[in-house]
Structures are given as C-alpha cells and as structure tokens.
Design a protein around this ligand. Structure first.
Ligand code: NDP
Length: 337
C-alpha cells in the first residue's frame, strides 16, 4: 500500500511517516521547499521506501499532480496545515491554506482514485470555546464547535482564527463527501499534541505551537508562578501517529471522526510530573514549584474517547513518559539558544 502524507516535515507527520515505514508501507510525502527534502530524508535515515516531493502550493490540486508525476497512491493522510499564531492576515495565513488545502487534497484523492483519506483535524473542531470551562460537560467526537469561516476572518485573536480554520476545513471536507466518491474519509481530532521530535528544532522560536505550551512551563525558574493552562486536553505525538495508521487500515473507521486525547491536564500537573521524571541536574533550577499537587481537572470539561479506543484500538501514553522524552529536548534547545 502506497500512502501520500502531506507536510512531511511537520511534527506529527515525522512520527506518522516513521510508523508507516516501520510497518512496511511505502510513503510519498510532500514538503513545500527544496531545502526541506534533505532534512526529511535525514530524519528517516534515507529509508528506501520514502519518496519526498516538493509541492509549493497545498491549495492547488494541479501543484500536487505536477509534484507527484505518475506516482500511484492508495491513500492520503492530509496533515499539512498552518498551526501558528504568528500571522498578519487570518484569512491568508490560516483560513485559505487550511480550507482550500483540505479541498485540494480531496480533489487529488478523487483524481488519483485512492481508497481512503485521513484528515488531521482538531479538538478545536469539537469543543465550544465560547461556552468557557463547562465543568459538567464531557466532549466527544459527536460534538461540533460552532465556529465558521467568517468567524476566522474576523476573529479577535489568532488562537480563535486557528480554531475556526480547523472547523471550516473539516466542514468543507464532510461537505465534499456528500457527493458519492471513490474513497471514504476519516477525521482525526487530536487535543494538544505533546512529545519528542524525531528531528528537534535548534532554536526556541522554531518550537512548534503545541510543544511550546510545555516549554512555557518547564523553562521557567522554580520560584516563578505556574502560568495559566490554555488548552487542557493533550495526547502523545506517537499515539497520534499510530492513530493515523490505524485510521488507514481499520475498515469501520471510514466515514467517522475520532477524538484523540490521553487526558485532560493542567500546567501545575506538567510542573509536578516534570519534577518527578527529570532529575535536578538536568532541570538546573527550572520548573516552577507553584502549588504542588493542585489540579484544575474538575474546573473544566472532560473528554470521552471510548469510541476511539474501541474502533482504532488505541491506548494512551502517560504524561510522565511524554515529559521524560520531551523535556530534555526542550532544555537542549533552551541551553543552546
Ligand atoms: P507543524 O507546524 O509541525 O507542521 C505543519 C505542516 O504543515 C508543515 O509541514 C508545514 O510546512 C505545513 N504547512 C503549514 N502551513 C502551510 C501552508 N500555508 N502551506 C503549505 N504547507 C503548510 O504542525 P503539526 O505537526 O503540529 O500539525 C499537523 C496537523 O495537525 C495540522 O493540520 C494541525 O492543525 C493539526 N493539529 C495539530 C495539533 C498539535 O497540537 N500539534 C493538535 C490538533 C491538530 P512548513 O514547515 O513548510 O511550514
């Protein structure tokens, strides 16, 4: 089975490609510039089953077709989309690449005659941020965030625009699927994805948006206060990668959306667990002490991932394992920067 992964240099895509290659899939991946080709090849040690092509414009099906030449593709994992809050124009930088990028990947699927498309969406497509913490609410993949394309264009801040870009892209995809197609669609909706890189960035400003939430806690000195928690649902990057591969091969996954989440969390928990798993000699006076043991879990919504576990057969890596792998990489970046 030959799989196309869009945005192969991305944080989640790196791991997804590694799982695919490890399981014997043949992978074609796209990056948007020549210099990223070598980097991705190195990440996977020049693996013979990995082909890397440049597609400069992810909103153009023709650009994909030109880049792919005559590659035969059986399935598409569409991960390429902006996850950044550093933007000048919400429409140009977030809404258009996200929504038109999703549509281009689906048109491509039709033209290539693939059997399945897996779209990387988000918990942002599920929860309603405007209703606040909602301690009595349990979110599942049955819930839909109410944000629209226009909400993204006119958003008051970049996180809201980003969330709207994910909702609009997922809605566009399901709308596309209302016509009879040669393939089916699986939507994956991860919470904040934390975990180590296969190819770690070399500067703090290059840390991807979700791991930055961890960096913003564990890089602070012990005597600082713990910053407020911004997005209280998380999942390990390797579990997200495995979910993508399961979404490819489990027949019953077709036509469904899945919430990917290990648990809810708060920043005090990140601080406490980091102190448990990272020795003082590595922390070097970092990680705010705050109010040890205090948890915010009952002050906001919960999550239900039973269907994900049942259908995709996933189990979730715990926070200690995740931070034990990620935090030393974050400190290496901080110490070098
Ligand atoms: P990264 O920022 O690490 O990777 C994003 C990928 O998309 C990169 O390959 C990037 O290319 C590409 N990309 C971004 N903007 C554009 C654009 N305008 N045109 C072409 N390519 C673009 O992000 P993640 O790996 O974290 O995210 C991957 C997917 O998962 C995204 O769809 C994201 O929304 C989704 N997601 C991520 C979560 C997380 O916590 N990380 C949570 C939920 C969903 P380049 O490097 O050239 O910019």
């Amino acid at each position: 089975c030959r799989v196309l992964v869009t945005g192969g240099n991305g944080f989640i895509a790196q791991h997804t490609i590694a799982v695919l290659l490890g399981e014997g899939y043949s992978v074609v991946t796209t990056v948007r510039s020549e210099e990223k080709v070598d980097a991705v090849r190195e990440t996977h040690n020049g693996h013979g089953d990995l082909t890397i092509v440049v597609v400069g414009d992810i909103t153009s099906t023709d650009a994909y077709l030109a880049g792919l030449e005559n590659e035969a593709i059986d399935a598409i994992l569409h991960l390429a989309a902006p996850f950044t809050y550093a933007t000048q124009s919400f429409e140009t930088d977030l809404m258009i690449p996200s929504v038109q990028g999703a549509e281009a990947a689906l048109h491509l699927a039709e033209q290539l005659g693939v059997k399945r498309v897996v779209q990387t969406n988000s918990f942002a497509c599920i929860y309603d941020a405007s209703l606040g913490p909602r301690p009595d609410k349990i979110y599942s993949a049955k819930d839909w965030a109410p944000l629209t394309y226009d909400d993204g264009v006119r958003a008051k801040d970049a996180p809201t625009a980003y969330r709207a870009s994910k909702v609009a892209a997922e809605r566009a995809a399901w709308d596309f699927m209302k016509q009879s197609r040669c393939f089916d669609l699986v939507s994956l909706c991860p919470g904040m994805v934390f975990g180590p890189w296969l190819d770690a960035p070399t500067s703090v400003k290059s840390i991807n948006t979700s791991n930055m939430l961890v960096y913003n806690v564990v890089s602070l000195p012990e005597q600082e206060s713990v910053p407020p928690t911004k997005a209280p649902v998380w999942v390990h990057v390797r579990d997200v990668a495995k979910a993508h591969v399961q979404a490819l091969r489990v027949p019953e996954a077709g036509g469904k959306r899945f919430l990917l989440a290990a648990n809810v969390y708060c920043n005090q928990e990140i601080a406490d667990v980091t102190r448990e798993v990272i020795p003082p000699a590595v922390r070097k006076g970092r990680v705010p002490i705050g109010q040890v043991g205090k948890r915010e879990h009952k002050t906001h919504f919960g999550i239900d991932v039973q269907e994900t576990e049942d259908i995709l057969g996933l189990q979730w890596t715990d926070l200690g394992t995740c931070l034990g792998e990620l935090v030393p990489q974050l400190y290496a970046i901080q110490d070098e920067d």
